[in-house]
Design a binder for this molecule. Structure first.
Ligand code: SAM
Length: 415
């Protein structure tokens, strides 16, 4: 072993130690072993070793607007998805989104010589780089296909595992068709602007989640691309509404920010204003959307800060909009104590802000902030699920209707 490979191995072990410390629980043994063996730096040759073995995503390609379009996902994201997939020796695996080829190399390690891995990449340059990295590592048995992963790879089907490593708007019919009996599809699925990595197994003509985790992904390109609408409001723009699922937007919204906001405060105080899965709870409100608030507009006092810096949860109706905000009521700059509230703009702004704070309070009253989320995908042709199940959210897509339910300590409950 030369000095450089000793360094690499030490850095991999150190990366795994830091990952376990960050998550607070160990990795599945086979996933930890694969990540110990596969040299991530070979798949991101342009990155310094410290970045290759850091805990962040390594962005490898950006579009003309500097938006990331390909990356090696963060090690925690990669590990979590592989754990959800439960890949075993001998499995036939399809990956959508080859990116750097790193995850395909981990999959090749997990399936061993008796299994097979096919990975599909939309971008020809990215696909070529993935091929080169896999050859450089010595995993040239991985089949890299250039094309749109939404149609899968019928020539190699059926697959025991299908892993989608780009954000998907729906479960493509080809993936379901190409799934072997007893197989599992793991994908980051976007529902009403919220992303969850879902491991689905088939149950008759439906798919039922066996695990649901929270994470973010680069969106899918091609025929499965995510249809979203961005609505800029105010001078900067000061806020931008991201509206999913083709929900209609009133033209009157353009003047919503003309008057100052009204506030609704809750008694909820927390050192970190994020409450996992509360987003699905708020997503039951009509006009639910994500609101990106411009930092300069906040500093200039034109709009209140967002509760969550990566996009506050909000609602819009007619010419009015409201979003979750927070104010510091104690603590320190590093660890502020935040009071949770909502701010509303426009004629119905106060009412919309109250809807948000009422639901935020109800979330804590009814769930104590601890729920297990289950997601079921039903063929779109079937009757609506709304009268059958106590659903938190029902999202209708092209091919499926997704029914999200929540249970508190094994007890089913409705929104
Ligand atoms: C987060 S990266 C994948 C990371 C990768 N698995 C790795 O280990 O480095 C997402 C990739 O999905 C690709 N992608 C997006 N839409 C796609 C599609 N419809 N079919 C195939 N690949 C797609 C992107 O070009 C990008 O390279």
């Amino acid at each position: 072993m030369d000095e450089r490979s000793m360094d690499d191995e030490t850095m991999r072990l150190d990366m795994l130690d830091r990952l376990v410390a960050m998550r607070g629980y160990p990795l599945a043994e086979e996933v930890a072993e694969a990540m110990r063996v596969v040299p991530r730096h070979v798949f991101v040759p342009q990155a310094p070793l410290s970045e290759a073995y850091g805990l962040g995503a390594v962005i490898t390609h950006r579009d003309a607007h500097n938006v990331p379009i390909s990356s090696a996902s963060a090690p925690g994201t990669v590990a979590g998805m592989l754990e959800q997939a439960q890949v075993r020796p001998g499995h036939r695996v399809l990956e959508i989104g080859a990116g750097t080829g790193y995850n395909a190399a981990l999959l090749a390690h997990l399936v061993g010589p008796s299994g097979s891995v096919t990975t599909i990449e939309f971008d020809p340059d990215v696909a070529e780089a993935a091929r080169e990295h896999l050859i450089a590592y010595g995993a040239d048995q991985v089949r890299v296909v250039t094309g749109d992963g939404t149609i899968g790879d019928p020539s190699q089907a059926p697959f025991d595992r299908i892993l989608v490593t780009a954000g998907a708007w729906d479960v493509a019919p080809a993936w379901v068709d190409q799934l072997a009996p007893g197989g599992r599809i793991v994908l980051p699925l976007r529902l009403r602007g919220l992303t969850r990595v879902v491991a689905f197994e088939r149950d008759g003509d439906r798919l039922r989640s066996v695990s649901v985790a929270e994470d973010g992904f680069i969106p899918m390109k091609g025929i499965g691309a995510i249809p979203e609408k961005n609505v800029p409001l105010g001078q900067g723009p000061d806020i931008t509404l991201r509206i999913d699922d083709n929900q209609p937007v009133a033209s009157a919204l353009s003047t919503a920010l003309d008057e100052p906001p009204v506030f609704e405060w809750t008694a909820i105080e927390s050192p970190w204003a994020w409450t996992p899965d509360q987003d699905f709870w708020l997503a039951t409100l009509p006009g639910f959307c994500r609101v990106f608030v411009d930092a300069e507009a906040v500093t200039a006092g034109r709009v209140p800060r967002a509760k969550d810096p990566w996009g506050a949860w909000g609602v819009h109706a007619g010419g009015s909009v409201a979003y979750m905000t927070a104010q510091q009521v104690g603590g320190t700059d590093e660890m502020p104590m935040l009071q949770v509230g909502a701010c509303g703009f426009g004629p119905a702004g106060a009412d919309l802000a109250r809807q948000l704070t009422d639901r935020a309070r109800a979330w804590l009253d009814e769930t104590a902030g601890e729920v297990d989320i289950t997601i079921e995908a039903r063929p779109a042709a079937e009757a609506s699920a709304s009268d059958e199940v106590a659903a938190l959210l029902i999202a209708r897509k092209t091919d499926h209707e997704f029914v999200v339910t929540a249970a508190r300590k094994s007890e089913a409950m409705s929104a």
